[in-house]
Design a protein around this ligand. Sequence first.
Ligand SMILES: [Zn+2]
Length: 359
Amino acid sequence: MQKAIFIFGCACMLVIDIYGQPKNTWKGKKAAVVITYDDAIDQHLDNAAPVLDSLGLKATFYVTGFSASMRARLKEWKQLAVKGHELGNHTLYHPCTGGPGREWVKPDYDLNNYTIPRLLDEISATNLLLQSMDGKTKRTFAFTCGDTRVKDSSFVSLIKQDFTALRGVRGQMHTIGQVDLQDVDCYVVNHHTADQMIAWVNEAVKNNSLLVVLFHGVGGGNGLDVEVAEHRKFLRYLKEKQNELWIAPMVDVADHIKEWQKKYKPQQANRKPMAIDSLSTPAFADVYPATNTATGLDKPESYRAGIPVLTVGIGNSSMQPGSSSGERRFLFCSNIPLFPLHTAGKNYSENNSSLDKMN
Ligand SMILES: [Zn+2]
């Protein structure tokens, strides 16, 4: 059994290694950065866009269709798309869920007073408005105030097919395999300094992650603000680090993530962890189709059907990949119950030549 654990551990190490360092994850860069601006306010046109354009950086502006700035300066908003920025959908009227701490939400635009059809109509109308401005039918959406429900009903599944990605407001960053395109996390700027924002970038580079930054006010226009000088310093830093960063609008990055996940990440429907013998201690890792090839073991039917599989040898201590001895088990899932990684790591370091044999 110990041998089986060892082989299984090696297989896991192999998977994690492959998964952690896939090629072309972020177009050959160490991390991806998406710069976003919410609510379509004048300061985006006056203080943000000129800096972006002077540096040649492309961002996503999550436009509230009927904002005061859109009504007064529609042509200038249209120009943002001409310059290569994404006009993202942030509804027409920016409804949010009211309540304690949200006293500023007007009753007419409180999601507690909306219906799902009304909200869907508002989002569709905004898509049409933005299409009339940039001619595009593909774009991303940002949840207003991060809200995903009308009263108690989630509307996420009703709009997901209309957008390449949906952005939330939770401050986290993830690797390409971990990003949830229906709830893309982001860091909300609230009087942060450039150095604080730069620390996020450095963390993203360190972890090969996607960093999404959300600005509201830039030199005013919203309580969630950033000073013009800090905003400029931050963008300049991004420009300087461009050899390490893929900086692009959300729609482009999301498209890339979608393709990558389609290719390498097993579908949710196949995520059925299967207990094998006493291997019940859960630790999870995603699995590449390539893993199967790497171990050289037989491919089960579902693998040939395109479902990624990790194959693991159990039982026979003399078993080697490709041999006919030993019992083979196939795990048809992406999140596989594994041994605690320290166990796998210990075995690996004690005798890593066996991993070479498996490779
Ligand atoms: Zn907003």
